[in-house]
Design a protein around this ligand. Structure first.
Ligand code: GTP
Ligand code: MG
Length: 280
């Protein structure tokens, strides 16, 4: 009974917290509502090619069992060579603008984007980092704690594609490679002819496969694939967050079972793992 009361109290506190956090964030725009998993860009280099969201995730959302996901802010970092178009890509999506004049990012900058995925509010913090060598050391201090890393290259500049491996290595020094989602994005699609594009796409898909990244080609100037790309980032990051939350809550309940059985006398008879070292 006392445990139940505590659970109810914790739920109450959680919902109060949720309401107060939500009230300081801007409301979700009508054009940021995701009810279906957006398609990948290329089946040859996708994080997964399923048609819809993971069934466990869909059920958890329907039953409102998404834990803290609804009021967490997921960090996404955007890295890549100078002038490949990182800032323009973010600005096209977040502000629907395009600036043809190059203004180098000094250190870092960030934008917040709020989505609603399968009825659950979900926020992304997009960190736009500097590609210029002299600002790299400031920028890299912001790499830590990313849920997704977007590595950007210029589709008209093969060297910028080659440098993506180094950008990945630097970003991964600060993050857990087993839990970070990777995206490899070629920008300035409007500048390459279809023959040029096909050539670089082959190499880019190879690099993406090696990195286990999802490949996209976009244009911030025309807006081609920009919205589709960020919707895919939001959806896959959301899906991974809900799955992690479900895993956490299932390991919590397994922990509870172990605790209860701790009081029983035949504890070591059922679990070898739990045997004290003197019995091994
Ligand atoms: N044609 C075309 N030009 C682009 C596109 N995206 C960016 N540019 C141009 O490329 C230049 C560099 O763009 P930025 O977005 O500032 O590059 P960045 O990667 O943020 O550069 P740093 O901040 O120095 O790392 C600018 O002159 C942009 O106008 C695109 O999709 N098409
Ligand atoms: Mg920039």
């Amino acid at each position: 009974m006392a445990v139940m009361e505590q659970v109810c109290k914790a739920r109450e506190i959680t919902s109060v917290l949720r309401v107060s956090i939500m009230s300081v964030l801007p409301p979700v725009r009508n054009d940021r509502i995701i009810s279906q998993l957006p398609k990948c860009f290329s089946k040859g280099a996708a994080l997964h090619t399923e048609n819809g969201f993971n069934t466990k995730v869909k059920t958890a959302c329907q039953e409102q069992r998404t834990g803290t996901v609804g009021f967490k802010i997921s960090k996404v970092i955007v890295v890549g060579d100078l002038a490949v178009g990182k800032t323009c890509l973010i600005n096209r999506f977040c502000k629907d603008v395009f600036d043809k004049n190059y203004k180098a990012t000094i250190g870092v900058d960030f934008e917040m984007e709020r989505f609603e995925v399968l009825g659950v509010p979900f926020s992304l913090q997009l960190w736009d980092t500097a590609g210029q060598e002299r600002f790299k050391c400031i920028a890299s201090t912001y790499y830590r704690g990313a849920q997704a890393v977007i590595i950007v290259f210029d589709l008209t500049d093969v060297a910028s594609l080659q440098h993506t491996r180094q950008w990945l290595e630097d970003a991964m020094k600060e993050n857990d490679p087993t839990s970070v989602l990777l995206f490899l994005v070629g920008t300035k699609k409007d500048l390459s002819s279809s023959a040029q594009y096909s050539l670089i796409e082959q190499d880019a898909i190879k690099v993406a496969q090696e990195m286990k990244a999802e490949y996209w080609a976009v244009s911030a100037l025309s807006g081609e694939n920009v919205r589709e790309f960020f919707f895919r980032v939001a959806s896959l990051t959301f899906e991974a967050s809900v799955l992690a939350e479900l895993e956490k809550s299932s390991s919590r309940s397994i922990g509870d079972v172990v605790k209860i059985s701790n009081t029983t006398s035949n504890l070591y008879a059922t679990s070898k793992k739990k045997q004290p070292s003197c019995c091994q």
